[in-house]
Design a protein around this ligand. Structure first.
Ligand code: BJW
Ligand code: ZN
Length: 259
C-alpha cells in the first residue's frame, strides 16, 4: 500500500516539526513491519492471528507451559536478529540532526531503533534480547542463551541464583511497565511540541494513553499508519501510508526546507 494523504498534510507535519524543540516518536509494531517483523493484530499476518496472547504473553501462560513460551520467544529473537532496520527507523534517527531534541518511546521489543542509530530510546515493553529469572528477576546475560530456529517447545535455562526458569525481559499483559520508563514517557508526552505516533493500533494501555497526554499538553499529534487506529481521532494530522515511505518523505522535506 502506498501513501494516500494530501501534500498539504505532509507540509503541515513538516512545519510543526520545523518549529519543534522536543519531538517524541511513539512507535509500535507497524514501525518494524517493513523489516519483516510481524505485527500483532493484522488479521492475516499478525502474531495474534496464529498464536494465543493469553498462552504466550502472560505470567499464567508461562507458568502453565514455560517451554512453549520460551521456544516461541527464542524463535522470534532469531527472526529479529536476522532482520535489519528499515528506512522508517533510519529516518527517525536522522530526525535527531534536524530537531533540537528527539526521544523515541517504543512499544517494540526488537531493538531496531537503537540499531538504526536513534540516541534516546525508551522501551516501554522491554527487550527480547534481555533475560531475567521468572521468580527472582535476577538478570541473565544474553551470551548464555542460544538461538532456536523453530517455534516449537524448548526448555528455558534456569536461574543460577534460585533455580527457577529464565524468561525474556518483556512486558506481558497484566504486568507493570519497567519502573521509571513509563513515568519518563508520560512526562515527555505532556511536555513535547510534536508527538509522531507511528504504526500502533493504539489498543494497548498504558502506551495508548501517551498521544492523549501529548494532545492535552498542547502538542501537535501526527500519526503515520497504513490504517486508521485508536489514535486517529486524536491526531491533528493523519498521514496514511507505510512508515518506511512516509517518514523518509517527512525528513527529506524538512531537510530540503532547511537547505
Ligand atoms: C503500519 C505498518 C506500516 C502495519 N507502517 N503502520 C486500560 C484500559 C483497558 C485495558 C487496560 C488498561 N490498562 C491496562 C490494561 C490491560 C492491558 C491492555 O491494554 N489490554 C488491552 C489489549 C485491552 N495492558 C497491560 O496489561 C499492560 N500492563 C499494565 O497496564 O500494567 C498495570 C496493570 C496491571 C494489572 C492490571 C491493571 C493494570 C501491559 C501491556 C503489555 C503488552 N505486551 C505486548 C507483548 C510484548 C512482548 C512481545 O512482543 O511478545 O506488547 S502485547 C503487544 O501489543 C506488544 C505490543 O507492544 C502491543 C501493542 O501492539 P502495537 O505495537 O500497537 O501493534 P499492533 O499489531 O496492534 O498494531 C500495528 C499497527 O501498525 C496497526 O495499526 C497497523 O495498521 C499498523 N501498520 N504495518 C505503518 N508498514
Ligand atoms: Zn531466580
Amino acid at each position: 500500500m502506498g501513501r494516500t494523504f494530501l501534500m498539504d498534510d505532509l507540509e503541515r507535519a513538516v512545519q510543526a516539526l520545523d518549529e519543534a524543540g522536543l519531538v517524541v516518536a511513539a512507535t509500535g509494531a507497524g514501525m518494524s513491519q517493513e523489516s519483516g517483523i510481524p505485527t500483532f493484530r493484522d488479521a492475516l499476518e499478525g502474531l495474534w492471528a496464529r498464536y494465543d496472547p493469553q498462552e504466550l504473553a502472560t505470567r499464567d501462560g508461562f507458568r502453565r507451559d514455560p517451554a512453549r513460551v520460551w521456544g516461541w520467544y527464542n524463535y522470534r529473537r532469531g527472526l529479529i536478529a536476522a532482520a535489519c532496520p528499515n528506512a522508517g527507523h533510519e529516518a527517525l534517527a536522522k530526525l535527531e540532526k534536524l530537531v533540537p531534541r528527539v526521544v523515541v518511546v517504543t512499544q517494540n521489543i526488537d531493538g531496531m531503533h537503537r540499531r538504526a542509530g536513534s540516541g534516546v530510546v525508551l522501551e516501554l515493553h522491554g527487550s527480547i534480547n534481555r533475560f531475567k529469572c521468572f521468580e527472582c528477576d535476577h538478570p541473565v546475560d544474553d551470551a548464555e542463551i542460544p538461538l532456536a530456529d523453530s517455534d516449537g517447545p524448548l526448555d528455558p535455562p534456569t536461574c543460577k541464583r534460585c533455580g527457577s526458569a529464565i524468561r525474556p525481559d518483556v512486558v506481558w499483559f497484566g504486568e507493570m511497565l519497567p519502573a521509571g520508563v513509563l513515568e519518563e514517557a508520560e512526562s515527555l508526552a505532556g511536555s513535547c511540541d510534536v508527538m509522531l505516533v507511528v504504526g500502533t493500533s493504539g489498543l494497548v494501555y498504558p502506551a495508548a494513553a501517551l498521544p492523549f497526554a501529548a494532545r492535552d499538553g498542547g502538542a501537535t499529534v501526527i500519526e503515520v499508519n497504513t490504517e486508521r487506529s485508536g489514535i486517529t481521532g486524536t491526531a491533528d494530522i493523519f498521514l496514511q501510508g507505510p512508515a518506511g515511505e512516509v517518514l523518509p518523505a517527512i525528513v527529506s522535506s524538512l531537510e530540503a526546507g532547511r537547505s
